[in-house]
Design a protein around this ligand. Structure first.
Ligand SMILES: Cc1cc2nc3c(=O)[nH]c(=O)nc-3n(C[C@H](O)[C@H](O)[C@H](O)COP(=O)(O)OP(=O)(O)OC[C@H]3O[C@@H](n4cnc5c(N)ncnc54)[C@H](O)[C@@H]3O)c2cc1C
Length: 455
């Protein structure tokens, strides 16, 4: 297959060898590693189609890969990696109709930068947005801090062009609302690359608000902070972003980046509001009043863009700082109803202590989307086993609390064993049948998303 791919794409566009195997053996979920056979670098939809057809002819598994920042092993494949690195052009910005037409390897932030001169932006903003790609965002239905107000990727994808697992090139979706019939575009979003390779997308662009305010509220305990989250939203204040960080993470970011926090703080909430000047200021006032009622000990409100960037710095860079604690980490993303966050955080702390592992918590708290991050040393089998046992209990708790095993990172390889916590065999069989009807194939990103019968 390598020879056949080289004949079609050229020598330079097919990578092999030990360095390639190490770089592409996993994504940002480093627990499971599968060195690929090779990495193909197509530049056009036609080349993607031919790569897919050649893989099929040779019976070799394949999977699309964007930036490899996925946190669930979605792009990990012991076969041909179809990298979208060379498909990185913005093809069109239509400011009048507010959409962008892009290739899949464009990064999320590139889209917003290209739209900025028109007063527009691409609303879904995963924290990986400076590197993660539109293809990866679509496949994982990525969320982010600002999706509390504006919705996840699924709400912002108007059209997709896809090379299906048997090589057909199809286009789904519509740039205008109300297109008739079943909506396959909606099924492609979140299908984790199991239904084919997205080679082009038309994305909704959103007007930038005239006024933005950002504030940090510090609390003595995590319970007080997340209590404020549920109350705020119940009282009708829906911020643009409502992010939570616990004391373990605050220590990590202060050790890593020299940031200082109030000595008594055991958690903070980062709140952002946008709209007109008067609506934004009114929301900020209402939210700070809720924080005070819940026991906030200090409030910092940004006065300008530089201060806003400073307040965001800790949140945006937190996960990288975990490298100071251990060489590996797993970032979970279970979602639960907001009102259960206080109890959930206490139960997580108890689980961590019982298994002797570190769990540092972040959360897109407004969405109830928790990120318990577990740094560990993957060279130590005992530590690794304890990390897995603690993670298993946390997943079960999410479901027990009426939530989901994944809020935004996808199932991939990582969450596959937990799918049966949420779905019955009948539910799973329906998903398998639906995927098969859409052309899913055992060679296209195998062993992901929906567990096989009996697996
Ligand atoms: C520090 C950090 C912060 C993060 N923050 C967030 C966050 O706030 N919100 C969030 O949702 N996620 C977050 N993530 C996870 C990750 O960045 C997202 O899942 C992102 O969407 C993955 O994009 P990617 O280009 O890296 O995709 P990859 O990791 O390369 O692939 C992910 C999946 O997409 C599939 N895929 C990629 N390209 C295509 C294509 N063209 N067609 C079909 N399938 C394709 C792959 O097969 C795989 O299943 C974070 C990750 C890191 C490391």
């Amino acid at each position: 297959v390598v020879e056949a791919l080289r004949r079609r794409l050229g020598e330079e566009a097919v990578l092999v060898g030990p360095a390639v195997e190490r770089v592409y053996e996993c994504d940002a979920y480093t627990v499971e590693k599968r060195p690929p056979l090779c990495v193909a670098l197509p530049s056009t939809t036609e080349e993607v189609r031919d790569v897919v057809v050649l893989c099929r002819e040779h019976g070799v598994p394949f999977a699309a890969r964007g930036a490899g920042t996925g946190l669930s092993g979605g792009a990990t494949v012991a076969g041909v990696v179809i990298s979208t690195r060379r498909m990185n052009r913005i093809l069109e910005i239509d400011a009048e109709n507010r959409f962008a037409r892009v290739q899949p390897g464009v990064t999320n932030l590139q889209v917003s930068k290209a739209a900025e001169p028109h007063g527009l932006f691409f609303a879904p903003d995963p924290s990986s947005q400076h590197v993660s790609t539109i293809g990866g965002n679509i496949a994982e239905n990525a969320g982010g801090p600002h999706t509390l107000k504006y919705g996840v990727t699924a709400n912002h994808v108007l059209e997709v062009q896809v090379v299906l697992p048997r090589g057909e090139v199809v286009r789904f979706g519509s740039r205008v609302p109300g297109a008739p019939g079943i909506d396959p575009c909606a099924l492609i979003v979140g299908s984790e690359g199991t239904l084919g390779v997205v080679t082009e997308a038309v994305l909704r662009l959103t007007p930038k608000a005239e006024w933005v305010r950002t504030a940090l509220a510090f609390f003595q305990t995590p319970r007080e902070a997340v209590r404020a989250v549920a109350l705020m939203i119940a009282e009708g204040v829906v911020p643009l972003a409502l992010e939570f960080m616990d004391a373990t993470f605050m220590k990590v970011v202060s050790d890593s980046f020299g940031l200082e926090f109030p000595a008594a703080a055991g958690a903070f909430l980062l709140m952002e509001f946008d709209g007109t000047e008067s609506s934004t200021e009114a929301e900020l006032d209402a939210a700070t009043e809720v924080c005070r009622r819940c026991g906030a000990i200090e409030l910092q409100v940004a006065k300008d863009d530089a201060e806003r960037a400073r307040l965001w710095y800790a949140r945006k860079n937190a996960v990288g700082g975990l490298g100071r604690i251990a060489p590996s980490k797993v970032t979970h993303d279970g979602s639960i109803p907001r009102s259960k966050l206080p109890d959930m955080l206490e139960r997580i702390s108890e689980i961590a202590q019982r298994h002797g592992v570190v769990v540092a918590n972040l959360a897109h708290a407004g969405d109830g989307n928790l990120h318990p991050c577990m740094p560990f040393d993957d060279r130590d089998p005992d530590q690794t086993a304890r990390m897995h046992r603690a993670a298993d209990e946390i997943m079960r708790l999410c479901v027990e609390f009426g939530g989901s095993i994944t809020g935004e990172h996808g199932v991939g390889l990582e969450k596959l064993p937990f799918m049966r916590l949420m779905f019955s065999e009948e539910d799973l069989e329906f998903q398998r049948r639906l995927a098969a009807a859409l052309g899913a194939d055992p060679l296209c990103n195998p062993g992901k998303l929906v567990p096989e019968v009996g697996a």
